[in-house]
Design a binder for this molecule. Sequence first.
Ligand SMILES: Nc1ncnc2c1ncn2[C@@H]1O[C@H](COP(=O)(O)OP(=O)(O)O)[C@@H](O)[C@H]1O
Ligand SMILES: [Mg+2]
Length: 245
Amino acid sequence: MRTDIEALDWNVGNIYQSKDNEGRKTVDEVFDQATLRHIQQLFSRRIISTIENIIATGKEANVFRAKTFDGRNRAVKIYRLNTATFRKLEKYIEGDSRFRNSGNNPRERVFTWAQKEYKNLHSMIAGGVMAPKPFHVYKNIVVMQYLGWRYRPYPTLRELPPQEPKKFLKLLLDSIKSYRKMKLSHGDLSEYNILNVREKPYIIDVGQAVPKEHPLYGELHKRDMENMYKYWKRKIKNLNDRWFI
Ligand SMILES: Nc1ncnc2c1ncn2[C@@H]1O[C@H](COP(=O)(O)OP(=O)(O)O)[C@@H](O)[C@H]1O
Ligand SMILES: [Mg+2]
């Protein structure tokens, strides 16, 4: 198996040769020179062996499915190294004492952001939240548990509402309670950032989550709970609003 830059070219080449137009566009957009070097490092450190397909393209990040050398799937979230990403993230990093001395240039701030997502996932898992397990973080790349079947990620709550909303919500509230116990606010909790994993809620996209001492801690959680209440009100009759505090 090739683990050098050739392997990367080969993987990217696969995407180029496929009918995946979206994929081709993304390869051009996401893989700036620095990011190519960072992916290369993941190959040489034997963290992943191939990048298989693109799962999602977003404004700040792209998510890929990758394989480990022993054939397991991984989700690889690659943050874009541009100032737009940096600007969006800034207010969440500032005020987070975990990242006080975290570099000043925009690129290093994006690296800090990846670290922050990794750490947040770690705390959440430690607290018993259903979320993807984090495996590695390197520069602007987070490698985590892949939640999907073969090449297809499990749908978001937006794409596939649960068959038994009450049961699903109960599990979700347990997860929320668990990260509150770890003194975190998610900050972007919505039907887009919860995956429906065979009728179980998995919370994703935790880069912006902040700890208790952060000035936005209260406000972000309040907004999350308001959004969740609005969403679940449409799914469940006689919804108890005290569940959303
Ligand atoms: N661990 C994962 N396993 C499978 N799919 C994932 C995973 N993490 C993210 N995704 C997919 O990628 C999409 C974007 O991920 P997300 O973390 O929400 O990034 P963004 O910041 O772009 O919203 C998700 O909607 C989901 O479809
Ligand atoms: Mg998202």
